[in-house]
Design a protein around this ligand. Sequence first.
Ligand code: HPA
Ligand code: ZN
Length: 347
Amino acid sequence: MASNELRNSLHDFIRGLPKAELHLHIEGSLEPELMFALAQRNGVTLPYASVDEVRAAYNFSDLQSFLDLYYAGAAVLQSEQDFYDLTRAYVQRALADNVRHVELFFDPQTHSVRGIVLRTVFAGIARALREARAENGLSSAMILCFLRHLTEEEAFATLAAALPLREEYADLWLGVGLDSGEVGNPPEKFARVFARARELGFHLVAHAGEEGPPAYIQNALDALGVERIDHGVRAEEDTMLMQRLAQSRTPLTVCPLSNLKLRVVQDLREHNLARLLRSGLCVTINSDDPAYFGGYINSNFIASADALQLTREELVHMARNSIVASFAPEVRKQACLQELQDYVLAH
Ligand code: HPA
Ligand code: ZN
C-alpha cells in the first residue's frame, strides 16, 4: 500500500477502536454554536458578534489565557436543560468516536459564583449520561473538580454543598479532581480536602505537570494520594519520578492537542507522549477541552499517530490503558477489554 493509503487505514482503525475518555472537562466541550444558542435562550450578552469571532479568539499563549475565555464562556450555562444540552452534545461526539466509557470533569465553583445551585449542574449532566447509558450502552462517571486558584476552604465548602447529592448521583459521582491555574497553586494546598474526600470513599485525581514542575506530580501522589495524574507530561524532566510512574503504572491522562494549543509544546512532533509510553508509563490519550483545542478524542489519537509515528500496537495499548485506568466496575472493564480484543482481532 502507498503511504497515504496506509495512513488512511490507520485513521479508520483509530476511529473504530473502542476506547475510554478519562480527561474531559464538560464545560470545555461547549462549542461556539451552542454557546450562542444558550446565550440567546438565557439573555446573556456575549462579547462576540458571531460564531466565527468566537473561534478566532481561540488563540492561546498559555493555560491562563485559555482559562479566562473558558470561564467567560461557561457563563451561558444556567439551567438544568443547559447542562443537559451541553452533556448530550458531548455524548454524541463521544459515541461517534467510539468512546465506550467516559469520566468527565465538572467545575461546580465556576457555576456557583453565578448563583447556579449545585443540583442544577448535577441533574443536567446526569440526565444526559444516564440516557446515554440506557440508549447507547455508554458507561460513565462524574469527577467533581476543585478550582485550585481558589482556597482550600472554598473547596471544603464545595464538597459540603455536594455531599447531600451523593446518594442521588451515587451511580455517577465517583471522584474528585483538581484543575485550573496550576503554577503557584501546588497540590499540597489541597491536602486536607483530598484526605477528607478519600475518607468518604471517593476516587482521587489531580492535574499536575501540565505547566507545573515534576515536584507537583510527586506531591499530587504523596500529599494528595491521587490514583491518576491528569497531563503529567513534565514528569519526563525527573528520571526518578519517571521510574516511579513506570513501576506503579500510575495512569497519565495526556491531552496532546491541548498541550499544543496551550503551548506546552510548540509542535506535536516534539510531544513526549510516545517517549512516555515507550518508557513504560501508563499513557492514555484524551481531549481535555475539545471545543477550545480543535478536536475530540479521535482527532487527538490521529494527530498524535501522524506526528509521532505511533504503531497500531501502540494505539491499541493506549486504548487498553484507558479502560484499565478507568474507575469503571471490574465487570464493565472486562466487557470493554473484550470488545477491544474482538475489534483488534477482526481488523
Ligand atoms: N488545565 C487546568 N485546568 C483546566 C484545564 C486544563 O487543561 N481545562 C479546564 N480546566
Ligand atoms: Zn484538563
